[in-house]
Structures are given as structure tokens and as C-alpha cells.
Design a protein around this ligand. Structure first.
Ligand code: NAD
Ligand code: WQD
Length: 353
């Protein structure tokens, strides 16, 4: 909880989103004051009211676009920003294939606009939301940060390009301290049941889809293929609790404040779980049976990948602490408590931070 209004102010772009709102909780718990810039194109401002229910602090929301230089200059001038956590972006792989220019505009040009505004304001500490999709689908697991870029879709390429831009920036100006966090598969929700993921429309991702099947919102999970060479034939991924990811941002921020240069690091558990293992864990957590059927493989899916998770611990003492059962339990609590997402009244919760 911030000790006083002199707490360091951190600009969190995309801070009303799934990972951003959870990151605001972790930042406040660590004594920072988040200031959120978000266009709300894929989120709900009420997520920040939920952050307040959990922490007692409601982050300031500046509704705006990360590509808007004037809006950025105003935020830095008005709020005394000392560092930036940059999560604002578009993240749907399939959409990026259909509409690549929007992804290059928001994810790449938006980051360029942000770091240029940071330079004008003399703020040179940045944590960037990267993704395991920079590795592509042909790297052997566990995947270490030394693996080459191999993105196979425009979304992953925007993340790799941003990392390259940021690396060049730190080469040109040693005053910058930057951490690029390559998240694997963030899932789950805050343990309070107050905050979670609520995708617009039918979920593309596994965990929110299973959650809606358990709640009776969706009839049946279609498993995208069960003929992969994995433990049970279904796809294997490194699921990591969103609060672990959020706390990883705090640890990375503290590192970027103290170290110039750039660090690329995975945020994952270092363990893979198959689709059917996730289904079983969710059935245990919810007490609900998940109806499913086996469908064809999804184009572009890799059979299996998970992180080499050691470097985050070596660099800034972070490791994932929450297991798959807790990811499912927290997802279910969010789903069951808020069947209509933020349209539901916030349940009572007392923070024990
Ligand atoms: P999200 O869509 O919930 O959050 C992104 C936020 O950015 C939203 O609040 C959205 O309104 C905002 N936004 C989008 N375009 C903007 C713009 N032009 N200006 C200002 N705000 C804008 O997604 P998320 O899952 O919280 O992802 C956050 C970040 O993490 C993204 O950069 C994403 O690429 C990255 N990431 C996500 C995952 C995942 O599985 N969720 C995995 C790896 C990386
Ligand atoms: C996980 C597994 C599916 C849905 C995506 C993005 C990646 C990152 C994280 C942004 C796979 C299977 C899924 C369903 C299924 N996001 N599945 N039925 O594809 O690993 O990664 O989210 O950075 O960029 O690609 O996650 O949750 O979509 O799939 O069988 O209805 O679940 O085949 O094996 P993915 P996912």
C-alpha cells in the first residue's frame, strides 16, 4: 500500500486490461502509485474500481491512445511519472493475420510514440509486455531466452520488433533501463474473485473458454486435436498465474531502476500442462464436469512449449509461486462471482495486504 502521495508514480499503459489491472494491484501492494493510460478498446474502466476494492487505492485513469504524442506528453507532465510498465497493445494472433497493419500501428508505432515521449520527459525506466510468441513454434522446450526469434504471425513479429527497437535504444543511450517480459500463458484471476479476464465475445483462449463451459455459458469445449506427440495427445502449454505475472512486473521494475541496458526474460513456470490436464484441474476446482469433444487441430498451433524459467529468478529473484490448481480455483471464483463480468456488483472484500 503506498505510504503516502510521495510514492513513486508508474505509468501503466493498458492498465485497465486483464494483466494490467492485476499488475496495478501488485504495484500498489509494493508501494507504487499506478497512473493508467488506456483507450478501453478491449477493457472496462470498472476494473480499476475493483483494484480499489482490493487495495484501497483506485489508480488514476487517463483515457487515451498510446499512439497519441500529445496525450502522452500531458500524462508525463501532469503526473510526475518515474517509470513505465507498457502493456497496451493488441494481442489476438488470428486477428493479427487478418489485420496486420493495425497490429504494427498499435504494438510497434504505439511503443515508438511511448518511448519518444519518455525521452522528452526524461523517464528512461521501462518494463515491456513481450510474449513467448517471439520464439515461434519450432523451438525445443524448455525454451530459453537465448533461442532465436522465430515468430510465425504478425502479432509475434510486432513483439520481436519492439524488443529489437528497445535493444537498439539502450545501445544508443546507456541511461535507459529496460526489461522485456516474455509471458507464456497467463491465466487465472486475483484470489479475491474481484478481478479477472472477461474477453469480449467467445474466448479464443483455453482457460476462459473452460470457465464459461463450467458456468453453463458455453455448451462444450472443443479440444483442438488429440493426436500430438504429447502426454495425452493434446496441446501442452506453460500456464502461469496472472498474479505471478503481475508480481514479475514489480520485480522487473525494481531491476530496471537499478540496472541500465536491456534484459529479455521469460515469465513462465517451467512446466507444461496438456489441455486435458487443465480440464481435470478445472473440474477439481469447480466441482463441475467440463463437456468436451475432440475437434481438428487449430492451424498455427504448436504441439508443446514451455519456458526455461531460470533467468527471471537469477536476474531479479522472481519465480512463479502458484500452481495449476490455484490458477483454476481463482479463475472459477472470478467466473462464479461475476457471471456478467464487471456488470455484476463488486462482492465485499477486505484487503489483507
Ligand atoms: P488486454 O487486451 O486485456 O489488455 C490490453 C489493454 O491495452 C486493454 O486494456 C486495451 O484497452 C489497451 N489498449 C489496446 N490498444 C491500446 C491503445 N492503442 N492505446 C491505449 N490502450 C490500448 O490484454 P492482456 O492479456 O492484459 O495483455 C496485456 C499485454 O500483455 C499485451 O501487450 C499483450 O500482447 C501481452 N501478452 C498477453 C498474453 C496473454 O496471454 N494474455 C501473453 C503474452 C503477452
Ligand atoms: C492453449 C491450448 C490450444 C482453446 C495464445 C496466443 C499467445 C499468447 C497466449 C499473447 C492450445 C488449446 C484452446 C480451445 C483448445 N497471447 N485450446 N480449445 O494458443 O497457447 O497462446 O495465448 O501473447 O500469443 O497464441 O493459448 O489458450 O489459445 O491455447 O483445445 O477452445 O489450448 O490448441 O493447445 P495459446 P490458447
Amino acid at each position: 500500500m503506498p505510504k503516502s502521495t510521495s510514492a513513486p508514480r508508474v505509468l501503466v499503459t493498458g492498465g485497465a486490461g486483464f494483466i494490467g489491472s492485476h499488475t496495478c494491484v501488485a504495484l500498489i501492494a509494493a508501494g507504487y502509485l499506478p497512473v493508467v493510460l488506456d483507450s478501453l478498446v478491449n477493457s472496462d474502466a470498472r476494473s480499476l474500481q475493483r483494484v480499489a476494492c482490493i487495495t484501497g487505492v483506485e489508480p488514476v485513469l487517463v483515457r487515451g491512445d498510446v499512439r497519441d504524442a500529445a496525450a502522452l506528453d500531458h500524462v508525463f507532465a501532469a503526473h510526475g511519472i518515474e517509470a513505465v510498465v507498457h502493456l497496451a497493445g493488441l494481442k489476438a494472433v488470428g486477428e493479427s493475420v487478418a489485420d496486420p497493419l493495425s497490429y504494427y500501428d498499435v504494438n510497434l508505432a504505439g511503443t515508438l510514440a511511448l518511448v519518444q515521449a519518455m525521452g522528452r520527459a526524461g523517464v528512461r525506466t521501462l518494463v515491456f509486455s513481450s510474449s513467448a510468441t517471439v520464439y515461434g513454434d519450432s523451438q525445443p522446450s524448455p525454451i530459453a531466452e537465448s533461442a532465436p526469434y522465430g515468430a510465425v504471425n504478425p502479432y509475434g513479429r510486432t513483439k520481436a520488433m519492439v524488443e529489437t527497437v528497445l535493444a537498439d535504444l539502450t545501445q544508443a543511450d546507456a541511461r535507459w533501463g529496460i526489461a522485456c517480459l516474455r509471458y507464456f500463458n497467463p491465466v487465472g484471476a486475483h484470489e479475491s474473485g474481484l478481478l479477472g479476464e472477461r474477453p469480449h465475445g467467445p474466448p479464443n483462449n483455453l482457460m476462459p473458454y473452460i470457465s464459461q463451459v463450467a458456468a453453463g455459458e458455453r455448451e462444450c469445449l472443443v479440444v483442438h486435436g488429440d493426436d500430438y506427440e504429447t502426454i495425452d495427445g493434446t496441446g501442452v502449454r506453460d500456464y502461469v498465474h496472472v498474479m505471478d505475472v503481475a508480481e514479475g512486473h514489480v520485480a522487473a521494475l525494481r531491476h530496471a531502476v537499478r540496472h541500465s541496458g536491456i534484459l529479455m526474460t521469460n515469465l513462465g513456470t517451467g512446466r507444461g500442462a496438456s489441455v486435458l490436464e487443465v480440464v481435470s484441474a478445472f473440474e477439481r476446482a469447480s466441482g463441475r464436469r467440463i463437456a468436451l469433444r475432440i475437434g481438428p487441430r487449430r492451424p498455427g498451433d504448436a504441439p508443446a512449449y514451455w519456458a526455461d524459467a531460470r533467468s527471471a529468478f537469477l536476474a531479479f529473484g522472481w519465480r512463479a509461486r502458484r500452481d495449476l490448481d490455484q490458477m483454476c480455483a481463482d479463475s472459477w471464483r472470478w467466473q462464479a462471482t461475476n457471471p456478467h463480468g464487471f456488470d455484476d456488483p463488486a462482492p465485499a472484500f477486505t484487503a489483507d495486504l
